[in-house]
Design a protein around this ligand. Structure first.
Ligand code: SF4
Ligand code: FES
Length: 251
């Protein structure tokens, strides 16, 4: 925006509801403010809270797309508030909390419980192959494998992929993009002792990759641009391979 251009007047329609208050009813409140250069939704929400409504609830911590806590529905699409510029949006902006997660209040949701349950279901930690030996040398790992593991670890657990998933919206046990990405990360880790056959029930069960209905919104909305479709293809290949091997088929 140049100095001569008039600042836009932004109109925010924001979901309000406090599930802890029996007198609270779900509704939307409208707030207006003048857009400033390089304004993000995070900045706008803080201005609204500071100057118009101190009770407005939303989450944030890092302001730099790292902590994953500021995800919300922005004009119907999951996005991080701290990385969304208002200049990329129309003047009318609708903000709703992410679906599928438990609502804490207004735009604030509890993603932590979902991610913890997912981590427990998939046992998302290294299952050690060797007994602990403090004197052992470090195990070597190829650069390609290390890079692939690092790629999976870039997930910030924001929940955007889960919120955008048609299946996760009706079945909160589905692992969705974030959960399947986590499974793939451990499947490809040579330090983890679980075989592809041992992963079979997790990956091929009702909550796994074959339950995906193929809408593919997860990859479109991931703010870290994780290649989730490649992850699903990897899991399908590994799972089918494990089944053929289990039957003694060398295909
Ligand atoms: Fe967020 Fe992407 Fe991780 Fe899903 S996979 S939780 S969209 S960072
Ligand atoms: Fe941390 Fe937005 S505030 S990701």
């Amino acid at each position: 925006m140049s100095d001569t251009e008039q600042a836009r007047r932004l109109r925010f329609e924001i979901f309000r509801y406090n599930p802890e208050d029996e007198n609270s009813e779900p509704h939307t409140d409208v707030f207006e403010l003048d857009e400033t250069p390089f304004m993000t939704l995070y900045i706008a929400l803080n201005q609204i809270r500071e100057k118009q409504d101190p009770g407005l609830q939303f989450d944030f911590a890092c302001r730099s797309a790292i902590c994953g806590s500021c995800a919300m529905m922005v004009n119907g699409r999951p996005a991080l508030a701290c990385r969304t510029l208002t200049s990329d949006l129309p003047e009318k902006i609708q903000l709703y909390p992410l679906p599928t997660f438990k609502l804490i209040g207004d735009l604030s949701v509890d993603t932590g419980t979902w991610f913890r349950e997912m981590a427990e279901k998939t046992e998302a930690w290294i299952h050690e192959r060797l007994p602990f030996d403090p004197d052992a040398l470090e195990q070597r790992m190829s650069d390609d494998v290390a890079a692939a593991i690092y790629e999976g670890d870039r997930c910030i657990e924001c929940g955007c992929c889960v919120a955008s998933c048609g299946l996760a919206n009706v079945d909160d046990t589905f692992l969705a993009g974030a959960g399947l990405n986590r499974v793939a990360r451990f499947m490809m880790d040579p330090r983890d002792s679980r075989s592809d056959s041992e992963w079979f029930d997790v990956v091929a069960g009702d909550q796994g990759v074959f339950a995906c209905i193929g809408m593919m919104a997860c990859e479109d909305v991931c703010p870290k641009e994780l290649p989730l479709l490649e992850v699903y293809a990897y899991l399908r290949r590994k799972t089918l391979g494990a089944r053929f091997l289990a039957k003694g088929d060398k295909a």
